[in-house]
Write a protein of this length. Sequence first.
Length: 240
Amino acid sequence: MPDKDPADDAADGPVPQYILGQANPECATCIDVLTRSHRRNRERMEAIREKERLEKHTQQVEFSFVNYRLLAERKIERLEQRLGNTISLEDHDAKITEKADECRASLKQTTAEIQKVYAKEKETLLTRLANRENQLDSDKKRKELLTNKIRELQMEVINFKKEKSNDEQAKFQRVEEAATKLHAAIDLKDKEIAWLKAQMKQREEEHRQAISPRKDLINRQQPTTPSSQHRATPNNMLYR
């Protein structure tokens, strides 16, 4: 057996798809508001139909009362006519009057009972209608509160997204600035290293040029003997 749809469960019956299509499927509160609104609309229509039925019933009761009264009056007239035709009015005037009084009393009692029932049903109907109106007003206020709450939540989500976007943008800018500074520092270090290498190369060249004449002079002054070539002197120790 498939699981019951929560929207149908909240509305006590199937909710039309065109109503559910108006809500965000990921927003449970929106679906709940729409389903409850659908249920209230259905209850309102049921209340209207109940009111129409009771009004029709009231009209039928009133019509029945009028018909009963007319029938009673006609019955009295027929009885009076029959009594007048069969019995002498002078001899049976008391009986006719008594019979008419009984009919009038019965009609009065019946009329009172019908009016009592009608008043009771009318009071019950008015009470039910008042309770239904109060319930509908309460549901309307609750719907307005839920709608305002949904709007507040939507504004909070929008503000959160804006703050998140601003934070990500600021973070990206900080990363870009740090990367730019790092690349600049690396380029500066590379330039310093290149400059130091050039300075060292220049000093080596200057040193080589400075000691080259002295070396040539020492080589010319010393005899070319094996002993003199391997003698430990300050000059030849300098170039070992």
